[in-house]
Design a protein around this ligand. Structure first.
Ligand code: LLP
Length: 431
């Protein structure tokens, strides 16, 4: 199986996190997001152990909560002792609502609103990752108004292409994120930050992209960041205490994706970093990471009910499901690949080629195209694996479809963590 939390039961049903998916679908209805708490915890533990082992206790493993943002995930993250990064007032509000320690929160975003900045300052978050000059000036003034000195990192773009999907590349020179090193503007950015009396510059940050399976994009980025650190030391006599290399470790959505462990990839990065730091005669900075997808993707599965199997003779087959792009827009946006199972008849061979079609009035509303799948008939439960990241957090109400419920499973015990939306919920802000 793709991940060790997916199994076939004796009754032929699929099990996820120890729970029979057909029973979950009957109990809670479909579409249904299922989140495996035991898997999230083990992902956080592996991540934390690897960060501590290779980068020491001073380096806090951060969870990029845009991947899955809800109260329960912050409760688990808090419990497991990881920090988090947020990118909006809404994410911050959710984290604070369950008592997530504010000093372990970093605030990201290329255009934080004034309301976001003030809200975060009022709640004493651990750090801002400042994206641009305008934000720097505004943040300094607002921190000054509160008589505080706010720790910050500066978001830089190292000019790296990690060979992943164009839409998830974030570290190229022309990216909307951060300030470019290549153009010389990053040096000015540091100079300006050092002049800000109410900001304490701790270091620099970059995030190069997502779904990366080897060390090279990270080590290439690190090399550029370290060369920049040397330039800053020589020209401004300032040493960065922290370098945050962002997130991006890839996960296995289909059998063709490799199995990479966080330990393996961080170990390889660490080995290269040690050489690079000593070659440059630098004092070793604290390296930070902020993984999103890795922490939650394989802890998610989405269940749908099949309404029809449509054969267009000589052309195409469609399995039609009761969800689609409103709960998972990733195929429509990035042609992301998924593995689907017939949850009701999980032993069937994959001998059909079919596309999985959502229910929206939009041809691009697909979970995948021309995939090798099992046979499906009306009433079967179709399970899409590895939907824990960027599904619920990217869900919409397109076609006025209420958002699904989310259920947590933990070694066979299930509990509702997000209620299914109702039609009244959809209308609640309309006058
Ligand atoms: N840090 C920063 C500053 C980021 O922008 C991101 C993701 C991460 C960390 C976490 O990256 P991860 O470890 O999850 O790859 N919606 C897209 C992914 C967009 C990622 C945006 N930034 C998708 O569904 O694939």
């Amino acid at each position: 199986m793709l991940h060790d939390n997916i199994k076939v039961l004796e009754n032929g049903h699929l099990a996820f996190g120890g729970s029979d998916v057909v029973e979950l679908a009957e109990k809670y209805g479909t579409p249904l997001y299922v989140t495996d708490e035991a898997k999230i915890r083990s992902n956080f533990r592996e991540y934390k152990a690897a960060v501590e082992k290779y980068f020491g206790k001073e380096s806090l493993p951060l969870y990029a909560s845009k991947a899955l943002c809800c109260k329960e995930i912050y409760r688990i993250a808090k419990d497991e002792g990881v920090g988090t990064d947020v990118v909006s007032g809404g994410e911050l509000y959710t984290a604070l609502s369950v008592g997530f320690p504010s000093e372990k929160i970093y605030f990201h975003g290329n255009n934080k609103t004034e309301a976001d900045i003030n809200y975060a300052l009022d709640n004493n978050i651990g750090g801002f990752v400042v994206d641009n000059f305008d934000e720097l000036v505004y943040l300094n003034a607002q921190a000054g108004g509160r008589n505080k000195v706010q720790p910050i990192l500066l978001r830089l773009s190292p000019g790296i292409d990690p060979h992943t999907h164009r839409a998830v590349v974030t570290g190229s020179v022309d990216s909307k994120f951060g300030v470019a090193i290549e153009t010389g503007q990053a040096l000015e950015f540091v100079k300006t930050a050092l002049e800000c009396k109410n900001l304490q510059l701790e270091g620099i940050h970059c995030h190069i992209g997502s779904q990366i399976f080897d060390k090279f994009p990270f080590t290439d980025a690190a090399r550029i960041m370290l060369d920049f650190a040397v330039e800053v030391k020589n020209k401004l006599d300032f040493t960065f205490k922290k370098i945050n290399l962002g997130g991006g470790i890839g996960v296995r959505y289909t059998e063709k994706h490799p199995v990479v462990t966080v330990d393996e990839i961080l170990r390889e990065i660490k080995n290269e970093l040690d050489i690079m730091v000593s070659e440059r005669g630098l004092e070793s900075p604290i390296f930070l990471f902020e993984m999103g997808r890795f922490c939650v993707a394989n802890a998610g599965m989405t269940l749908y009910t099949v309404g029809a199997f449509k054969q267009i003779t000589g052309y195409k087959n469609y399995v039609c499901i009761d969800g689609g792009m409103p709960d998972n827009p990733r195929y429509a946006l990035y042609e992301s690949e998924y593995t689907v199972y017939n949850g009701s008849k999980a032993n069937l061979p994959r001998n059909i080629t079919a596309s999985v079609a959502g229910r929206c009035c939009e041809s691009g509303d697909l979970i995948g195209e021309d995939m090798q799948v099992q046979e499906f008939s009306r009433g079967d439960i179709l399970a899409v694996a590895v939907t824990g990241a960027y599904n619920y957090s990217m869900a919409s109400h397109y076609n006025r479809i209420p958002k699904p419920a989310m259920v947590s499973v933990n070694n066979g015990v299930d509990k509702l963590i997000i209620k299914r939306e109702t039609y009244e919920d959809i209308l609640k802000n309309e006058i």
